[in-house]
Design a protein around this ligand. Structure first.
Ligand code: NAD
Ligand code: UDP
Length: 348
């Protein structure tokens, strides 16, 4: 099979790309590199060479909002007799805080970009799609674990764009029930890195998220970790989230391809998380235990928009996809630290 992977050089996309190529899929990455480095592609290519993997990786530098480019990608693939069998669509903007400052930019890239992609897929009769949605769409509720039928109530423009896209899928599927096969995967907190240490998370500027911030404290790029609140209504007062190893998350996409291949038509919304909640203090302790690093931290006030607890009910993914996350929190810490140590300044 040949897969078009938009956003394929980003944190999540690079791990999916590697796994797909290892399993014999050909992959065409479309990425603007607005939030990633071309070094990702070189590293994946080196990895394939070293392992003597023959699957084909092609890369197009471009923007999903460019309709003509999308059209060329699909028409060339037909002319060259290597059609695109399915699309994994990850290209987009993901910062909650930026989305509050620049909401229209988020609607433009995330929603218009996805609309362009769907229009092109329809024109070229490519009907299989896996999309990167987010647990953000569930909003502020404290009911855990969160199943897919949990109330949808995003509290920021980023989350709104994901909901708008999911609504687009509903309309599309209802209009053409015999054709479309769509899985919208709602990610919880993907963390860690590929065990090789070749690819991992490399945020531009100061990280907003716990895990990359923590590994940067460990390597000395940040002085101390700010813990946003120790007075939440949780077992130790710090916030609880669902951290899933990035390789487990990537495996979920492979399982999803098998699922789509087994169906004539479908539209599914599926949580991908570990199904377990860990507090900030538990993460710090486990990281120290797994890596031997000391993590200095200070308690700060709560961060705006945070919830006490958020973790997934993953029974649907287990049942429908036959997928289950395999990697422990210990492994997440080891692999995340391995990546950070081998790449103290990320890809640069
Ligand atoms: P990322 O920023 O590392 O990857 C996104 C990639 O998309 C980047 O390589 C970027 O250059 C590219 N891109 C951005 N705008 C583009 C455009 N207009 N045209 C083409 N390429 C473009 O982010 P990620 O963490 O890998 O996330 C991937 C997807 O998963 C995103 O859609 C994000 O919203 C979603 N998601 C991520 C998380 C998370 O915690 N990382 C959680 C839930 C959902
Ligand atoms: N957090 C923290 N310090 C940081 C970043 C995050 O204490 O520097 C906390 C945050 O309040 C939340 C948890 O860590 O309880 C996970 O935050 P992250 O931003 O990684 O994920 P999200 O809240 O978006 O799910």
């Amino acid at each position: 099979m040949r897969i078009l992977l938009t956003g394929g050089s980003g944190f999540i996309g690079s791990h999916i790309a590697l796994l797909l190529l290892e399993r014999g899929f050909d992959v065409l990455i479309l990425d603007s590199f607005i939030n990633s480095s071309y070094n990702v592609i070189y590293r994946i290519e080196n990895y394939l060479d070293n392992k003597k993997i023959n699957s084909k990786l092609e890369t197009v530098v471009g923007d999903i909002r460019n309709k003509k480019l999308l059209n060329n990608i699909f028409s060339d693939s037909i002319k060259e007799e290597k059609p695109i069998d399915a699309v994994i669509h990850l290209a987009g903007l993901k910062s909650v805080s930026d989305s509050l400052i620049n909401p229209l930019h988020y609607w433009d890239v995330n929603v218009l970009g996805t609309l362009n992609l769907l229009l092109t897929m329809k024109e070229f009769e490519c009907y299989s799609l896996i999309f990167s949605s987010s647990a953000t769409i569930y909003g502020l509720s404290d009911t855990v674990p969160m199943a897919e039928d949990h109330k949808i109530s995003p509290i920021n423009p980023y989350g709104q764009t994901k909901v708008a896209i999911e609504n687009m899928f509903h309309d599309l599927y209802n209009s053409n029930i015999n054709f479309w096969k769509i899985c919208s995967l709602r990610y919880f907190n993907p963390v860690g890195a590929h065990p090789s240490g070749l690819i991992g998370e490399d945020p531009i500027g100061n990280p907003n998220n716990l895990f990359p911030f923590l590994t940067q404290v460990a390597i000395g790029r940040q002085k101390l970790l700010k813990v946003f609140g120790d007075n939440w209504d949780t077992k130790d007062g710090s916030g609880i989230r669902d951290y899933i190893h990035i390789v487990d998350l990537a495996e979920g996409h492979l399982a999803c391809i098998d699922y789509l291949n087994s169906k004539d038509a479908c539209l599914e919304f599926i949580n991908l998380g570990s199904g377990k909640g860990y507090s900030v203090f538990q993460i710090i302790r486990q990281f120290e235990l797994s890596t031997g690093c000391q993590i200095p931290f200070s308690i700060q006030s709560r961060r705006d928009g945070d919830v006490a607890e958020c973790y997934a009910d993953i029974s649907k993914a287990r049942k429908l996809l036959g997928w289950t996350p395999l990697k422990s929190l210990d492994q997440i810490c080891i692999d995340g630290w391995n990546w950070q140590m081998k790449n103290p300044n990320g890809y640069s």
